[in-house]
Design a protein around this ligand. Structure first.
Ligand code: ARG
Length: 401
């Protein structure tokens, strides 16, 4: 029986060339798998392109709802921002793509899977660690990294074989986009002093454009977004709507130099209108609903969760255990947040919750104050006691000194 290789197919130059390249080098049938994570491309076009590039079969999986509910929502619950800024856009889609690769490999009896990642990035790690975890008997072919499939050779191969890809139209940027946002690198962005040209942006409009503000109310139940302006929606609908609405106000543009797992610093532009709006709203609702120690610990745990996902360890026991913590911690993160979208920013202007820990009677300085200020005096004294004793000791020691 002819061997089969399942290739993670994006429809771009590299993976289109990889179909023939991998096929020729292995003699195997290549099954191209395109996973729709909301990149906004026509999947039927991509499927046909894979077949005309020589794939024995081309499969498309619509994983948008799954990506929204099982990957974006957990990232939101963790307020996941790598290096305090990057909402894990690409890092988040890789484990989902890998899970479908592993499933298809098993369904088709394939013992090899393939991806188009280079050897310089994080994505090779995310793919291969994921495959090793989910399908330990499956091996990985990485033609771009391991078998000399450079960009020039890919173009040469595509031209020689007459592949239906317009190699001249290829943009100077490396772009990866999905429902949670858009990642753009290379081209002039590699000069980290140079400001991004306006043509890098695809999900957001110019934040400086004169446009009236929009105000929306986002509702959450147990840390999960459930409605916009009182309309019940699925996570997929909420994220799609917010990408359009907040994107029109230029919300969620990020320009940063980032620490890759492989040790390289790189400059990347991100656009994440929905992610940034939702995280901003969610963090504020947590301020209202989470007890102080839990909130402090959750911030640390969220950072660790984010680093694990960035570092390709989605399928690790620690990430799974932290997930259980996040679900428990989010139990009472329920209520509404009003957000104003304007000039590139999502600003919270109101919050309310039926299970708020905010207590007007305790907080007010007006009549109606139920806080017993007399209790504060003794509390402050005891709170400072250890520092006071230590300072006394230091003074004595210095005098003897
Ligand atoms: N640096 C980001 C990450 O490692 C994005 C990687 C993909 N970016 C791209 N423009 N192709 O998650």
């Amino acid at each position: 029986m002819t061997q089969r290789v399942v290739l993670a197919y994006s429809g771009g130059l590299d993976t289109s060339v990889a179909i023939g390249w991998v096929g020729e080098r292995t003699g195997a049938d290549v099954i191209a798998l395109a996973v729709d994570v909301g990149q906004g491309e026509d999947t039927e076009t991509i499927r046909k392109r894979a077949l005309s590039c020589g794939a024995a079969e081309a499969l498309v999986v619509d994983a948008r709802a799954e990506f929204a509910a099982d990957y974006c929502v957990p990232a939101l619950r963790a307020n996941a921002l790598y290096m305090d800024r990057y909402p894990l856009i690409s890092a988040l889609s890789r484990p989902l793509i890998v899970s479908h690769l592993a499933r298809v490999a098993s369904e088709y009896g394939a013992t090899v899977v393939s991806h188009g990642c280079t050897g310089k990035g994080n994505d090779q790690v995310r793919f291969e660690v994921g495959v090793a975890t989910l399908a330990p008997d499956v091996s990985v072919l990485a033609p771009v990294r391991d078998s000399g499939m450079t960009r020039d050779k890919a173009i040469e191969f595509a031209t020689a074989k007459g592949l239906p890809i317009d190699v001249t139209a290829k943009s100077p940027y490396s772009i990866d986009q999905n429902l949670w946002g858009r990642s753009i690198e290379t081209g002039h962005l590699e000069d980290i002093w140079e400001a991004p040209h306006s043509d890098v942006y695809g999900y957001t409009s110019d934040p400086a454009a004169d446009r009236g503000a929009d105000e929306i109310t986002i509702s959450f139940a147990d840390g999960i977004p459930i409605a916009i302006d009182g309309r019940s929606l699925t996570p997929l609908q909420i994220i799609s709507e917010l990408n359009a609405l907040a994107g029109a106000h230029g919300v969620g543009r990020i320009d940063m130099v980032e620490d890759r797992l492989v040790g390289i610093k790189s400059r990347e532009i991100y656009e994440a209108p929905a992610a940034i709006t939702l995280i901003t709203a969610h963090q504020e609702l947590e301020n209202v609903c989470l007890e102080r120690d839990l909130a402090r610990f959750k911030r640390m745990a969220g950072q660790r969760w984010t680093e694990l996902v960035y570092d390709g360890l989605w399928f690790s026991p620690l990430r799974r255990s932290l997930e259980a913590f996040m679900i428990e911690a989010s139990k009472h993160v329920t209520g509404d947040v009003r957000v104003r979208l304007e000039g590139g920013r999502a600003v919270v202007t109101g919050r309310r919750s039926p299970v708020a820990l905010y207590d007007y009677g305790l907080a007010t300085y007006d009549t109606g104050d139920v806080f017993d200020q007399a209790l504060a005096k003794g509390f402050v004294e005891l709170w400072g006691l250890p520092s006071k004793i230590a300072a006394d000791r230091d003074r004595k020691a210095a005098a003897v000194g």
